[in-house]
Ligand binder design. Structure first.
Ligand code: ATP
Ligand code: ZN
Length: 834
C-alpha cells in the first residue's frame, strides 16, 4: 500500500508538517498531489490536502492510519498550486494548511460533521426509550442523524446523548462535508421533431396556449428552463404542465450552473486599433507572451491612457496560443465596468471571481476554470489562485492598491504570488497603474532594490504611457486653500470655486464626481465642553455615529450604543458629531443647489448585493448630476459626461501614523482626478485642502508623479523604510498586559541576539547589513475585543534574513503562547501600519 503525505487542516504551528497515511486500494487511483482527503487525526476526522506520496513512511508503518475518503473527483489543487502554497508559507511565515486553504473556494472548505446512530446491540431501558422516542424513529428509519442538527432541535437532550455515546449505546461517525448547495432548475425537454409535429396536429385548436408552445419548440428544440420557456413562448407554466401530463414534453430537475451574470447582456466589442503609443507599449508584452517567457512589466500609464485596451489585446494573444489569463482588479464590486469590458470582448470564456458572489456561484465559476471551460479569470485578490493549467498571462490592474495584500493569515501579497506563478508557468506578468507603488516603480527604474523576496527580487521592465488616448489632455487641477476661504468668510463645505464649477455643470447638464476622503476622518462624537470622545469599551477606538439608526457603533467589533444627548463625562449638552460624513455633504448639496440629483455611494448605501452596479448604471444613464462617495468612487470609472471632479478634505488621511500616508494620498487624488474629461469633453478637478503646500497634494496639481515619487523615495531611503528597508511586525494579544510585555520583550531580545550572532548591526540603519528591533509598544489599536495588543517591529536591510530569525523565534515562543492563550500574529512586509 502506498503512503500519502498529508497536510491536515489544523492551522497551528505545532501541527505544521505533513503526516503520513496509508492509501487504501479502493482509493488508490484517486489520491494524487493536491487531492482533498478526509483523514483520522487525534480522534477526529479532518480535511487534509495530499502533498505527495512516498514509498517509505517516516515512522513505523504499522502505526499509520488509512485515509478515510477522497473528497473530490478531480484534485482541487494542481501540483503547481501546491508548490505555490509551500512557497507562500515560507514567504509570509504561515502554516502550510493556511496557504493551501486560501486557494480553495469557500464551498470546499469542508467542515467535520458528526453523525450518530444507535449501536446495533444496545439495550435501552423504558425510561431511556421515552426520552429517546422523538429521534428513535428518525434514527432507525432514516439512518444516522447529524449531531449538530439534533442538538439544535433538542438542546435539552445534549446530556443524555453525551452519556449514551459514552456508554456505547449510540455510535458516532465523522464525515468531512462541503458547504455546497446544489441548485436545480426545472427544464423542459422536447421530443424529436416528428413526434412534436404529430403532437401539434393532435392538439385541438381551443388549446391555443399549448399549440403556441409546441410551435415555439419546433423552432427552438433545445432544452430550456420551464420559466424561460413560458416567457419566451408567451404561454404559462400551466400549459407546459398540461403537455407534460400528456407525456408529450418531459420536465426534469437539472443541476444548474449558477452564472452570476446570466441575466446580463454584454454587447460584443471588437479590438480597437491601437494608437502609436499603445502599440509601442503593447509590443514587448505581446512578444513575451509569444515567446512563452516569464517576464514582469510595469505598465505606467496615466489615467485614461488606454491600459485596459492593452490588457485586452495581450489576453487575446495568450488565448490564440491556447493559453489562459488572470486579471486582478482591486475590488470587483466597485469596478463593474471592468467586468463588462472583459465579458464584452471574451464572452463566455470569462469567469468572474469575487467576494460578492454566493459560495455556490463562486464555486461554479471556479469549476469553469478548473475544468477548462473558461480561459480568462477576472477577479479580486484571491483570483490570483485561479486553477488554470496553461497560464500564459497575469495582469494586475491598479497594482498599487492595498487590497492586494491580505490582512488575515495568510498575509500574502497578490503581486508577489502573480510573479511566482508567472515564473512557474513561463507566463508574462503585467502590473498596471497610473500611480505605481513605490516598491514597483523604484524597482522598475532601478532607484531601489527589487520587490518581492530577498533571494528572488523582481525588477519589472518599465513601460511608460504618458499621454491620454486621442490627444485628450489630462484635466486641469486647482488646489483650493480652505484656510483662505475661511479668512474670506466662507464657512460652507464648498469653496467658491467648487460651488461655481458645480453650478456650471448643472447648467450644462454635465456630471460631477465628488470624493469625500474619509479615511481617518470618521464621524466621531466629541464633547465641546470637556473634550470627551466616545470610544468603544472593548476596542479603544472612536465610535462612529450612524444617523440612520441614531446610534454609535464600533467598526471593529460591532458594539453599539444609543446616541447620547449629554456628555457622559461632564453632563454638558454641548456634545456633537464631528467630521463630515457623506450624508452631511448630501444635505449641503441639496441646500446649496435645490433640485440637484445626487447618488451617494458609501458603506451604508452599498451593502446590498449588486447595489454598486445599480448606482453606477443610474449615473451613467445621467439620471443623477453628482456621484458622491468615499474611496469607492475614485477607481476605474469611465463616464463620458463627467467633466468635474471635486475632492473634499484631501488631507484627511495625511496625519495617520503610517509612513505610506503621503503616497496613499497622492495616489487617491491622482486616481480620482483621472475620472474627469476622459472622452470628448475636457475635465476639471478641484481639490479642497487645509494643507495646500503638502508635497502629496501640491504634486497633484501638475500631475507630477515623477517629482513626488523622487522626493518620497528620498525620504524613505533616509529612514530605511520600504522599498529600501524591509519590515516585519509581530502583534501579540491577550487579556493581560504584563504577559504581553514579557513575551514581547523576549521576542525582541531573541531577535537582537540572532542579529548579533549573524554580525548584523543594530544601530546604523544606513548600513546594508543592519536590523533594528523596535518595541514592544502598544499597537496603533491598543485594545480589540477586550484583548490588549502589543507589537514589535523589525526594520532590516539588504541581505539580512530577519524573516528566518523571526520564524525560529516564533517556534521558541509557540509553546508559552499556547499555554497562556497569547495570540501571535506576524506580518511580513506589512502594508497597513494601523
Ligand atoms: N486605441 C484606442 N482608440 C480609441 N479609444 C481608445 C483606445 N484605447 C482606449 N480608448 C478609450 O479611451 C478611454 C480610456 O481608456 P482606458 O479606460 O483603457 O484607460 P486606462 O488607462 O485603463 O484608464 P484608468 O487607469 O484611468 O482607469 C476609454 O474610453 C477607452 O475606450
Ligand atoms: Zn469595539
Amino acid at each position: 500500500m502506498r503512503i500519502a503525505r498529508v497536510i491536515v487542516d489544523v492551522p497551528s504551528r505545532e501541527t505544521d508538517r505533513p503526516f503520513d497515511y496509508l492509501v487504501p486500494e479502493r482509493l488508490a487511483e484517486w489520491v494524487e498531489t493536491g487531492s482533498r482527503v478526509a483523514v483520522p487525526f487525534g480522534g477526529r476526522t479532518l480535511q487534509g490536502i495530499v502533498l505527495g506520496s512516498a514509498e517509505e513512511a517516516e515512522v513505523d508503518r504499522s502505526r499509520l492510519k488509512p485515509i478515510a475518503d477522497v473528497l473530490d473527483a478531480v484534485p482541487p489543487l494542481s501540483e503547481e498550486l501546491v508548490e505555490i502554497g509551500r512557497w507562500m508559507s515560507r514567504r509570509w511565515l504561515c502554516p502550510l494548511t493556511v496557504s493551501l486553504q486560501a486557494m480553495l473556494p469557500a464551498a470546499l472548505k469542508g467542515k467535520t460533521e458528526k453523525y450518530i446512530s444507535p449501536a446495533p446491540d444496545a439495550a435501552w431501558t423504558v425510561l431511556e426509550r421515552s426520552v429517546y422516542a422523538d429521534f428513535l424513529h428518525a434514527l432507525e428509519s432514516g439512518g444516522p442523524l447529524k449531531l449538530s442538527q439534533l442538538l439544535q432541535q433538542h438542546p435539552e437532550r445534549a446530556d443524555a446523548v453525551k452519556q449514551w455515546l459514552k456508554q456505547g449505546k449510540l455510535e458516532e461517525r465523522q464525515k468531512v462535508e462541503d458547504r455546497l448547495s446544489v441548485k436545480t432548475v426545472l427544464t423542459v425537454f422536447a421530443p424529436p421533431e416528428a413526434a412534436l409535429r404529430d403532437a401539434l396536429a393532435a392538439i385541438p385548436a381551443r388549446a391555443a396556449k399549448q399549440r403556441e408552445l409546441l410551435a415555439y419548440l419546433l423552432e427552438h428544440p433545445e432544452p430550456i428552463a420551464q420559466a424561460a420557456l413560458a416567457e419566451a413562448a408567451g404561454t404559462t407554466t400551466a400549459a407546459i404542465r398540461a403537455l407534460a401530463d400528456k407525456g408529450i414534453l418531459e420536465v426534469k430537475a437539472v443541476t444548474a450552473e449558477r452564472d452570476p451574470y446570466a441575466d446580463r447582456h454584454f454587447a460584443p466589442s471588437a479590438p480597437l486599433p491601437l494608437t502609436p503609443a499603445q502599440r509601442e507599449a503593447f509590443a514587448p508584452i505581446a512578444e513575451a507572451v509569444e515567446r512563452r517567457a516569464h517576464e514582469t512589466f510595469l505598465l505606467h500609464g496615466v489615467t485614461g491612457s488606454g491600459k485596459t485596451e492593452i490588457y485586452l489585446q495581450a489576453i487575446d494573444r495568450a488565448l490564440s496560443q491556447g493559453r489562459e489569463a488572470i486579471v486582478l482588479v482591486p475590488e470587483i464590486a466597485l469596478t463593474p465596468q471592468m467586468v463588462e469590458r472583459f465579458k464584452s470582448r471574451f464572452g463566455a470564456r470569462v469567469a468572474v471571481l469575487h467576494s460578492r458572489l454566493s459560495n455556490g456561484e463562486r464555486y461554479d465559476e471556479w469549476r469553469k476554470i478548473r475544468e477548462g471551460r473558461a480561459q480568462v479569470a477576472v477577479g479580486a485578490r484571491s483570483a490570483v489562485f485561479a486553477p488554470f493549467a496553461r497560464l500564459g498571462l497575469l495582469i494586475i490592474d491598479e497594482e498599487h492598491e492595498t487590497t492586494y495584500k491580505q490582512e488575515e493569515s495568510p498575509k500574502y501579497h497578490a503581486r508577489d504570488v502573480a510573479v511566482m506563478r508567472g515564473r512557474l508557468n513561463g507566463a508574462a506578468v503585467v502590473l498596471g497603474s497610473a500611480t505605481p507603488s513605490l516598491e514597483t516603480y523604484g524597482a522598475a527604474i532601478g532607484a531601489s532594490p527589487g520587490f518581492g523576496d530577498r533571494d528572488e527580487a523582481v525588477r519589472p521592465v518599465y513601460i511608460p504611457l504618458p499621454e491620454r488616448v486621442a490627444d485628450r489632455p489630462l484635466p486641469r487641477v486647482s488646489i483650493i486653500d480652505m484656510r483662505e476661504e475661511l479668512r474670506l468668510g466662507n464657512r460652507a463645505m464648498f469653496s467658491r470655486a467648487l460651488a461655481d464649477a458645480l453650478r456650471t455643470r448643472l447648467e450644462r447638464g454635465e456630471q460631477t464626481v465628488l470624493l469625500l476622503n474619509r479615511r481617518g476622518y470618521a464621524t466621531f462624537v466629541m464633547c465641546r465642553s470637556c473634550g470627551f470622545t466616545a470610544t468603544c469599551p472593548h476596542c479603544d477606538i472612536a465610535l462612529t455615529y450612524h444617523r440612520g439608526s441614531q446610534n454609535l457603533r464600533c467598526h471593529y467589533c460591532g458594539y453599539a450604543e444609543r446616541e447620547p444627548d449629554k456628555c457622559p463625562s461632564c453632563e454638558s449638552p454641548h456634545i456633537r458629531f464631528f467630521g463630515t460624513g457623506t450624508q452631511k455633504v448630501e444635505e449641503a448639496l441639496a441646500e446649496t443647489f435645490p433640485g440637484i440629483r445626487v447618488i451617494r455611494m458609501d458603506v451604508d448605501t452599498t451593502t446590498e448585493k449588486g447595489s454598486h452596479e445599480r448606482w453606477l448604471t443610474e449615473f451613467r444613464e445621467r439620471r443623477a448630476d453628482v456621484l458622491l462617495g468615499t474611496q469607492m468612487v475614485a477607481k476605474g470609472l469611465d463616464f463620458p459626461y463627467v467633466t468635474l471632479v471635486g475632492v473634499l478634505a484631501a488631507d484627511a488621511a495625511l496625519r495617520l501614523p503610517d509612513f505610506r500616508a503621503a503616497e496613499r494620498t497622492f495616489q487617491l487624488l491622482t486616481q480620482v482626478a483621472g475620472r474627469a474629461g476622459r472622452h470628448e469633453l475636457p475635465g476639471e478637478v478641484i481639490v479642497q485642502t487645509y494643507e495646500p503646500e503638502h508635497e502629496s497634494i501640491a504634486a497633484v496639481e501638475h500631475h507630477d508623479y515623477r517629482g513626488f515619487t523622487g522626493r518620497e523615495l528620498g525620504h524613505r531611503q533616509a529612514l530605511g523604510y520600504p522599498p529600501y528597508g524591509r519590515l516585519l511586525t509581530l502583534t501579540l494579544s491577550h487579556e493581560q498586559v504584563p504577559l504581553l510585555l514579557s513575551m514581547g520583550q523576549t521576542f525582541a531580545t531573541r531577535m537582537r541576539e540572532r542579529a548579533a550572532a549573524a554580525g548584523v548591526r543594530g544601530d546604523d540603519s544606513s548600513s546594508d547589513r543592519a536590523a533594528e528591533v523596535l518595541g514592544p509598544v502598544p499597537s496603533p489599536i491598543p485594545r480589540l475585543k477586550d484583548r490588549y495588543r502589543f507589537q514589535c517591529m523589525v526594520k532590516y536591510r539588504g541581505d539580512v534574513d530577519a524573516r528566518a530569525w523571526a520564524a525560529e523565534t516564533l517556534k521558541e515562543l509557540a509553546e508559552t503562547a499556547k499555554r497562556h492563550g497569547v495570540q501571535m500574529s506576524v506580518d511580513v512586509d506589512p502594508q497597513m501600519m494601523l
